[in-house]
Design a protein around this ligand. Structure first.
Ligand SMILES: NC(=O)C1=CN([C@@H]2O[C@H](COP(=O)(O)OP(=O)(O)OC[C@H]3O[C@@H](n4cnc5c(N)ncnc54)[C@H](OP(=O)(O)O)[C@@H]3O)[C@@H](O)[C@H]2O)C=CC1
Ligand SMILES: O=C(O)C1=N[C@H](C(=O)O)C[C@H](O)C1
Length: 236
């Protein structure tokens, strides 16, 4: 993702790439770069520290790395109250279709008895389930709770461990890792006699770039923490 973002920024006439940092590079260099915005696609174990260092350096941040929790987001939010004017945008998925899929799933959730999420990725991905699938499942669960729906029906009491996937707020999430895939998500809804499926496919990492560039251009005008590209698309 880092290389793809570098190419996208270099190809954007209104943006200038001032640096590309990798693991092991000193973050102390940040103030001297005079960057206005930094984009972080690193690893879940590094991203939070990177964001705090960026805020301290007065640099707006656009973050695609997964692994964020309510607690780590809250720490960033608190830090930003001491850094007025600085914006941080964290999005589990920058592909426009994936953002729409999450939004449509949250809308559909209240109308179906059953809901499950399947995410499918390249086998080099380090985390499971994907940040997108977690976010999707949590949004479905919140919409179901708002609508007063109970637990999804599931009579399975005997299963090999993992066979029913991970449980995200009561919504099952299944992770597939397959050579040849990039990033894909299928959201399944069921009612008696019908199924409704929402599917999104990223076939190439360029699919994330319009969303990343949108966030890079917008973040300076959005002080504080924004979670999800849907807010920048007026969908949130
Ligand atoms: N929000 C979105 O739309 C998308 C999010 N992602 C997420 O972005 C993240 C990165 O994905 P991807 O590019 O595929 O992963 P890769 O493993 O290909 O790349 C991660 C890179 O980060 C480097 N790195 C590790 N630690 C640090 C650090 N402290 N500072 C700077 N760089 C570091 C790694 O270096 P080294 O190899 O030397 O350790 C590696 O080059 C993942 O969390 C993924 O889920 C991915 C695609 C889209
Ligand atoms: O690791 C990836 O590739 C991706 N990670 C993000 C996630 O975990 O949701 C976004 C997209 O699915 C690609």
């Amino acid at each position: 993702m880092g290389r793809t973002v570098v190419a996208a920024v270099e190809g954007a006439p209104d943006l200038t790439l001032v640096a590309a940092l990798d693991a092991g590079d000193e973050l102390a260099v940040l103030p001297s770069l005079r960057a206005q915005v930094a984009v972080d696609f690193t690893v879940p174990s590094a991203t939070e520290a990177n964001v705090h260092a960026l805020i301290d350096a007065g640099v707006h941040a656009v973050v695609g790395t997964t692994g964020w929790t309510d607690e780590s987001l809250e720490r960033v939010r608190a830090h930003l109250t001491r850094a007025p004017g600085i914006g941080v945008v964290i999005a589990p998925n920058f592909a426009l279709g994936a953002v729409l899929a999450m939004t449509f799933a949250a809308t559909a959730a209240r109308y179906f008895e059953s809901a499950e999420v399947i995410e499918l990725h390249h086998p080099d991905k380090v985390d499971a389930p994907s940040g997108t699938a977690r976010h999707t499942a949590a949004a479905i669960a919140a919409a179901r709770a708002d609508a007063g729906l109970g637990a999804v029906p599931d009579a399975t009491t005997t299963a090999l461990e993992g066979a029913r996937g991970a449980d995200v707020d009561g919504v099952r999430v299944h992770s597939v890792r397959l050579r040849g895939l990039v990033a894909h998500e299928e959201i399944l809804f069921g009612n008696p006699g019908e199924q409704f499926t929402i599917r999104h496919d990223s076939f190439d990492r360029v699919s994330f770039m319009p969303g990343v560039l949108l966030a890079v251009r917008a973040v300076g005008g959005r002080p504080g923490l924004t979670v999800g590209l849907d807010h920048l698309l007026d969908l949130g």
